[in-house]
Design a protein around this ligand. Structure first.
Ligand code: GCU
Length: 678
C-alpha cells in the first residue's frame, strides 16, 4: 500500500522505456559479505536493484560481463585492491563511484575506505538509478563535511514524543531488549541512505532511568540493530542522575564521588555498547538541573562528563539553549551571555550544541550570535526537523530553505565569507571535531513523520548534514523523484511548491521578523494577544511589543542591544533599521506603524500584505497539488490534498486573527484592496 512507509527508499520498477538501459548497467553484483555492514550493503543493493529494475541482479565473485557493479573497500575486495585507487581524501565515510574497466569489462565501482563508506556509496548508486541519472560515465567522489550527523529524538520512556506529531515513539521500551521491531532496521536504512551516523534515543528533558541497567540493556539491543548501518547511539542524560539513581547526596561536578559515579557509569555503558557515541545534555534550562545548581559553570559540568567518556572515545554534546526562569534581560541574549566567556574552557571532546537562532526554532530567526563567537570551541548546529512552531504535521513546510538560509548566513567573524556552515564544519577555526543535530520528526505513524511531505525535512536534514552547502532545491528534486515519481510534469511543480512553502509559513504566521506569536504551551495557532503565560518570555506580547503606536522588539543599541552580540559589521547592519533586511526588521527594531518601508509602503500596510501573501501562497500550493491528481497514487495524493486544505484554513486563521488583533491596537484601516476578514 502507498502509505508512505517506504519513504524515499521506494524501489518501484522504472518505466519500461528506460529500464533496459539501467539493466545493462547492473548485469552482475559483486559485493563482499563478511562483515555485518558488508551484508546490509549487499542486501540493500539487491533489494534496490531488484525493485528498480524489475528483475533479480545476479551475484558474482568475478567480473564476467560488461555492466557489473563492484562494491567494497580495498580490504574487503581483492578486485578493488587491484585498482589501486587514490582514496586518501575520502576519510572514513566517503566514497567513490566510477565507470571503469575491470578485466576488459565496463563496470561501475563503488569504493570506500571503510565498509560504511561503501554502504553510503551503495545508497548513492541506488539514488542515481532511482532518479534516473545516466550511468555511462559516472565519476562521483564524496566525503561528508561534518563528522557527527545526528538525530535527536525527544522521546520519553513512556512512549510520548515531546513536540512529536507523528504518533508515539518508535522505541518500544517495554518490548526491548527481546523484541527487535523490524522497523528499527528500516529506520537505520533510511538514515544510512542520507549519511546520518548518530541517534540520541531519548528526550533532552531526560529521565535518569535511561542510565539504569534495565534500560541500558535495551539501549544495547537498539545499538546492535543500528551498528551495521554506521549509526552510533547516544543518550540524553539528566545532570542529577547521581542523586536520582546513584544514591548520592549531590550532583556537584567538582565532587570526587560524583565524578567517580559518572566514570563508572560510562565504563558500564561501554561494556555494553563499545561504540557508544556519548551524552547530550540540557542543563540549567527550563527547570533542568545542572552545574549552576552548585555554583559551577557549564564548562565544569561538561568537562566532568567529558572526562568520564574520554577514555572510551565518547563526546559530550552540551546544549547552549538556556534561559533562566527569572530572566529580566532579553531572552535572545542569554545563551551568548552565558557561553561566550567559557570559550576555551571546554575539554577537547565537548561540542557546544547551538540552536540555529537565538530564540527557539521559529519560522524565521537570524542566526544565533554564538556562531563565529566561540572560535576555541567546536559548535554543533541544532536544527528542529519536527515542526513545533510551523504547523505541526499538517502544514506543508519544506525546511530545506530554512536550513540553507542559516547555513549560508555570514557571521563576518573573520571577514566576509565566514558563513555558519564554515563555523560548524570546522574550516573557520580549524576544528577536527564537527557536528550537526536535527530534532527528529519521526514517530510510529505509518508514514513516520506525520505526513509524506514531512519526510522531506528528515531527508533534507541528512543531506545538508553531509554537505552543508548543498542546494535545498536540488535536494527537494531528488526527494520528490525518489518518493513519488520521475515524471517531470509532477516533479517541477512540486519542487516549486516546496520551495515556496517556507516563505509562505513565515508570511502567514510571523512576517517581517515577528516571532513567537503562537499560543503558549502548544505552539500551534495564533495568540498574539496572549499575556497570561506562566512566565513573561513565554507569552507573545513579550515578543511583538505592539501598542497603539508601533510594533517590534528593540534589540538595537537603544533597546536590549542584542545586536552587539554579532560581529561588528553584522551588528552595525542590524542596529540600523534602514539597513536591516525586511525579514528581520521587527526582530531587531520597534517601529511606528507608519514607518516607511523600502518599498514606500507603511509598515502596517506591508504587514497586512505579507499576511495576505502567505494565505495566497498556500492557495497557490493547493491549486498546484489539485492539478497533479492522477500523477501519483490516490492514497498519498488525497492525504496531501486534505492537509493542504487544513493549511489553507489555518493560514487564513493566522492572518485574520493577527490582523484583527493588531488593528485593535493601532486602529488603522486596512490598506486598499485588502478585505477585512469575513
Ligand atoms: C522548546 C520546546 C521544548 C523543548 C525545548 C528544548 O522550548 O518547546 O519542548 O524542551 O525547546 O529545546 O530544550
Amino acid at each position: 500500500a502507498e502509505d508512505g512507509y517506504d519513504l524515499w527508499l521506494r524501489y518501484h520498477t522504472l518505466p519500461a522505456a528506460q529500464v533496459d538501459a539501467y539493466r545493462a548497467h547492473a548485469t552482475q553484483l559483486i559485493a563482499p559479505s563478511s562483515s555485518p555492514t558488508q551484508q546490509v550493503t549487499r542486501q540493500e543493493l539487491q533489494r534496490g536493484l531488484d525493485g528498480l529494475l524489475g528483475r533479480t541482479t545476479p551475484l558474482a565473485d568475478a567480473v564476467t560481463s560488461d555492466g557489473a557493479i563492484v562494491v567494497g573497500t580495498a580490504a574487503s575486495s581483492p578486485l578493488i585492491a587491484r585498482l589501486r585507487l587514490d582514496t586518501k581524501n575520502l576519510g572514513h565515510d566517503g566514497y567513490l563511484i566510477r565507470s571503469t574497466k575491470v578485466d576488459g569489462h565496463a563496470v561501475t565501482i563503488v569504493v570506500g575506505n571503510d565498509d560504511v563508506g561503501a554502504l553510503y556509496g551503495a545508497f548513492r548508486v541506488l539514488r542515481l538509478v532511482q532518479t534516473m541519472q545516466p550511468l555511462d560515465h559516472v565519476d562521483v567522489r564524496e566525503a561528508p563535511k561534518l563528522q557527527l550527523r545526528v538525530l535527536d529524538h525527544w522521546d520519553n520512556l513512556n512512549g510520548h514524543v515531546e513536540r512529536g506529531y507523528a504518533g508515539n515513539s518508535l522505541w518500544n521500551w517495554q518490548k526491548l531488549p527481546d523484541w527487535l521491531d523490524p522497523r528499527y532496521t528500516d529506520y537505520a536504512r533510511a538514515n544510512a541512505s542520507i549519511g546520518i551516523n548518530g541517534t540520541v534515543l531519548n528526550n533532552v528533558n531526560a529521565q535518569a532511568a535511561i542510565l539504569t541497567p534495565l534500560y541500558l540493556e535495551k539501549v544495547k539491543a537498539l545499538a546492535g540493530v543500528l551498528r551495521p548501518y554506521g549509526i552510533r547511539v547516544y543518550l540524553s542524560v539528566k545532570f542529577s542522575a547521581p542523586i536520582e539513581i546513584g544514591g548520592l547526596k549531590t550532583a556537584d561536578p567538582l565532587d570526587p564521588q560524583v565524578q567517580r559515579w559518572w566514570r563508572e557509569k560510562a565504563d558500564e555503558i561501554y561494556q555494553l555498547v563499545p561504540d557508544f557515541g556519548g551524552f547530550l545534555v540540557k542543563a540549567n534550562s527550563e527547570g533542568q538541573p545542572g552545574p549552576q545548581d552548585y555554583h559551577r559553570t557549564h564548562a565544569d559540568g561538561a568537562n566532568m562528563l567529558a572526562d568520564a567518556l574520554a577514555p572510551h572515545g565518547g563526546v559530550v554534546m552540551w546544549r547552549a539553549f538556556v534561559y533562566s526562569q527569572d530572566n529580566t534581560d532579553d531572552r535572545a541574549k542569554q545563551a551568548y551571555t552565558e557561553f561566550k566567556p567559557l570559550d576555551g574552557k571546554f575539554r577537547a571532546n565537548v561540542l557546544l550544541q547551538v540552536k540555529n537562532g537565538p530564540i527557539d526554532f521559529q519560522p524565521r530567526e537570524p542566526f544565533n550570535p554564538l556562531f563565529g563567537a566561540m572560535p576555541k570551541t567546536p559548535l554543533m548546529m541544532e536544527f528542529q526537523v519536527t515542526k513545533e512552531y510551523l504547523g505541526f504535521a499538517t502544514h506543508l513546510v519544506y525546511l530545506g530553505p530554512l536550513f540553507e538560509e542559516v547555513l549560508a548566513a555570514d557571521t563576518m567573524a573573520q571577514g566576509k565569507g565566514s558563513t555558519v556552515a564554515k563555523v560548524i564544519d570546522g574550516q573557520l577555526d580549524h576544528h577536527a571535531l564537527t557536528g550537526i543535530a536535527g530534532v527528529a520528526n519521526i514517530g510510529a505513524d505509518r508514514d513516520w513523520s506525520g505526513s509524506d511531505f514531512n519526510q522531506a525535512n528528515w531527508y533534507a536534514f541528512g543531506r545538508l548534514a553531509w554537505n552543508p552547502v548543498a542546494s535545498s532545491r536540488d535536494i527537494a528534486n531528488d526527494w520528490a523523484r525518489m518518493t513519488f515519481t520521475n515524471d517531470e510534469a509532477f516533479v517541477k511543480p512540486v519542487v516549486d511548491m516546496m520551495m515556496l512553502s517556507r516563505e509562505a509559513v513565515v508570511d502567514y504566521m510571523t512576517p517581517l521578523g515577528l516571532h513567537h506569536l503562537m499560543g503558549h504551551g502548544h505552539h500551534y495557532g495564533p495568540e498574539p494577544w496572549d499575556a497570561s503565560g506562566p512566565r513573561a518570555d513565554w507569552t507573545p506580547v513579550y515578543y511583538h511589543r505592539a501598542d497603539h503606536d508601533g510594533i517590534g522588539f528593540d534589540r538595537s543599541s537603544t533597546g536590549s542591544n542584542a545586536v552587539a552580540q554579532y560581529a561588528p559589521a553584522v551588528a552595525a547592519q542590524f542596529n540600523d533599521a534602514s539597513r536591516t533586511p525586511d525579514a528581520f526588521l521587527l526582530w531587531f527594531h520597534h517601529l511606528p506603524w507608519t514607518y516607511r518601508m523600502p518599498s514606500g509602503q507603511s509598515l502596517w500596510d506591508a504587514l497586512v500584505q505579507h499576511y495576505t501573501r502567505g494565505v495566497d501562497d498556500v492557495a497557490q500550493m493547493r491549486a498546484t497539488w489539485a492539478r497533479l491528481d492522477g500523477h501519483i497514487d490516490a492514497q498519498r495524493y488525497r492525504k496531501a490534498a486534505t492537509f493542504l486544505a487544513v493549511q489553507q484554513n489555518e493560514a487564513q486563521w493566522w492572518r485574520d486573527a493577527s490582523i484583527v488583533y493588531f488593528q485593535s491596537l493601532n486602529g488603522l484601516p486596512l490598506p486598499a484592496g485588502y478585505q477585512p476578514p469575513a
